[in-house]
Design a protein around this ligand. Structure first.
Ligand SMILES: *Cc1c(COP(=O)(O)O)cnc(C)c1O
Ligand code: SF4
Length: 540
């Protein structure tokens, strides 16, 4: 006989909670460590200070961890490259033999990183122009971006602030922080401060806390947000001490930056669990990057892993027009396709907002019809909330995502018959049409088509009371691309372009088909209480 354990005798172990995942040895799961660090004791490996001081940055060192390609060697030996520094934890997640590894592409430079491209700018968001004091970007009416350091735990090749980030000579110091706080004290319209950099969580804990305290002493500041990639590069930094410290300064929100599901390790799950337990709502901002995550299936997997860890996808950014990011750029159509593959296909919680950070500094603009003004084969024209109009230059070259070699594309979540518009974008089919649509066109009887469903097709208040038309409600079905578009069909059917109902069949032909013929004003209309055209939005 089976005995079901009662809650008193056996505590329930939630095996679905990723922060409690166990490894094969029954202890909390850990991710892979590159062999060169195999002998480092766990206390050191799990110490964020050890991780920071043992970062790797030079060619020889990295050569001992990854099998580098010639182009990576070029990238790593370029004399004036954007800073390279990678925590031992993060570089260990990379497959040493796979040059397309999505984590590798984010942190290991390629030779072509230095190539210029049309539209490229050093400060593409014009942040320096919007800074009343160094490091404080006041662009929006009620909120500011506060850059507190130029240092990060590791460096992303596509960094939007590569003009200052990573450069210790351009760092911000206590005096700058004080000037930033002084500006905020004098600027009561600011209710939201977004701490970023660089990465504030790489600062000495005392210094970071003094900035939070300084902000909390200003009564008009309602929320403080921390934009950080430390939990991704260095989850060891998120310890109880940090969470207790942050919780003293609530309301605090946090935005992380994951671009691929492979970055969400057991260490990350435990770190994020601690943050949420400290009462911090956690969001995520991803950047759309060619060769990393320019794929509907990769993005879907990413957002599913995020919400499973109670991280809310916030923004999906179009890659900025910044130096070094040329080979990461995708057309805007790729982002639209990804959004088409998320909305409705998965939980609303898992769907970020797709935005372009306006070149020239208009803020983040959603890629949505009311913001997208126009579109050519190489440029997008957008407007922001103020009416500021800007353009985004599309990449001239884009290497399409390699579906055949993408693990996520080879094993997508099945959605039988529900791919819808995404199926059209991906070329699975050419059109979607109502059931019976093709047959009606072949007989050329548009009137029959119109009368099949009286509640849908008969204008309100016109025609006979008693409906006689028969036929099922139109049902959408999909067609495979083996015929003409409906407009082309209509044109070839009549040779004249415009088709009037009833033009195409004679009285006799109609009688032969056993269908009723209605004179003008005799069409059936629904009885009282039956649905009318307005139910289908026809009056709009
Ligand atoms: C991103 C950003 C913000 C915050 O924008 P939200 O859309 O509110 O997240 C504020 N100021 C600047 C300068 C920014 O770049
Ligand atoms: S973590 Fe952010 S600021 Fe730092 S290098 Fe990456 S993108 Fe730039």
């Amino acid at each position: 006989m089976d005995i079901i354990a009662s809650p008193e005798t056996a505590p329930f172990v939630n095996q679905r909670d990723p922060s409690r995942a166990l490894g094969p040895d029954g202890k909390p799961a850990v991710s892979r460590r590159a062999p060169i660090w195999a002998d480092v004791p766990d206390e050191k490996w799990n110490d964020w200070r050890w991780q920071l001081s043992n970062r790797v940055n030079d060619l020889d060192e990295i050569e001992g961890i990854l099998n580098l390609t010639p182009e990576e060697r070029d990238g790593l030996s370029a004399p004036d490259k954007f800073r390279v520094d990678i925590t031992p934890y993060f570089i260990s997640l990379i497959d040493p033999d796979d040059p397309t590894d999505p984590i590798r592409r984010q942190v290991i430079p390629l030779g072509r990183e230095n190539e210029a491209f049309t539209g490229m700018m050093e400060d593409s968001l014009a942040e320096d122009r919007h800074s009343p004091v160094p490091g404080l970007v006041h662009r929006y009416p009620d909120r500011v971006l506060m850059l507190v350091t130029t240092q990060c735990a590791s460096y992303c090749r596509y960094c939007t602030r590569s003009r200052i980030v990573g450069d210790p000579t351009q760092n911000f110091n206590r005096k700058d922080h004080e000037a930033q706080l002084e500006y905020l004290r004098r600027t009561p319209q600011v209710r939201d401060v977004l701490i970023s950099g660089g990465d504030g969580l790489t600062l000495a804990p005392k210094l970071f806390e003094s900035i939070l305290r300084g902000l909390r002493e200003i009564p008009h500041i309602e929320i403080v947000r921390i934009g950080t990639r430390v939990p991704v590069f260095l989850p060891q930094r998120v310890d109880d001490e940090l969470c207790e410290m942050l919780a003293k300064y609530h309301p605090i929100w946090m935005n992380l930056h994951f671009n691929h599901a492979q970055e969400i390790t057991p260490e990350v799950s435990r770190a994020v669990d601690k943050l949420t337990r400290a009462g911090i709502p956690v969001g995520n901002q991803s950047v759309l990057l060619a060769g990393v995550n320019d794929c509907v299936n990769i993005q879907r997997e990413l957002v599913h892993r995020l919400v499973e860890n109670r991280i809310r996808p916030y923004y999906l950014y179009q890659c900025d027009l910044v130096e070094g990011s040329g080979h990461f750029r995708t057309p805007v159509g790729k982002g639209i396709e990804i959004m088409e593959g998320l909305r409705g296909h998965t939980s609303g919680y898992a769907v970020p907002t797709y935005v372009i950070d306006a070149p020239g500094g208009g803020g983040k603009i959603p890629v949505a019809p009311n913001y997208l003004i126009s579109y050519s084969d190489h440029k997008i024209v957008l407007r922001n909330y103020e009416g500021y109009i800007t353009t985004y230059e599309e990449p001239l070259e884009y290497k399409q995502h390699d579906k055949a070699n993408c693990r996520a594309c080879q094993k997508p979540r099945p959605e039988p018959g529900q791919s819808g518009i995404l199926g059209l974008l991906e070329g699975e089919r050419m059109w979607i049409e109502p059931r019976g649509f093709a047959e009606i066109h072949e007989r050329g009887n548009l009137e029959q088509h119109r009368l099949q469903d009286p509640s849908k097709w008969v204008p309100y208040g016109v025609g006979a009371i008693e409906g006689q038309a028969r036929g099922a409600l139109p049902v959408l079905e999909s067609g495979n691309g083996n015929g003409l578009l409906d407009s082309e069909r209509a044109a070839t059917d009549t040779n004249a372009g415009l088709v009037e109902p009833g033009d195409l069949l004679s009285e006799e032909q109609r009688a032969e088909m056993g269908r009723p013929h209605y004179g003008p004003g005799e069409e059936p209309r629904p009885r009282d209480g039956e649905p009318t055209g307005s139910a289908h939005g026809e009056l709009l």
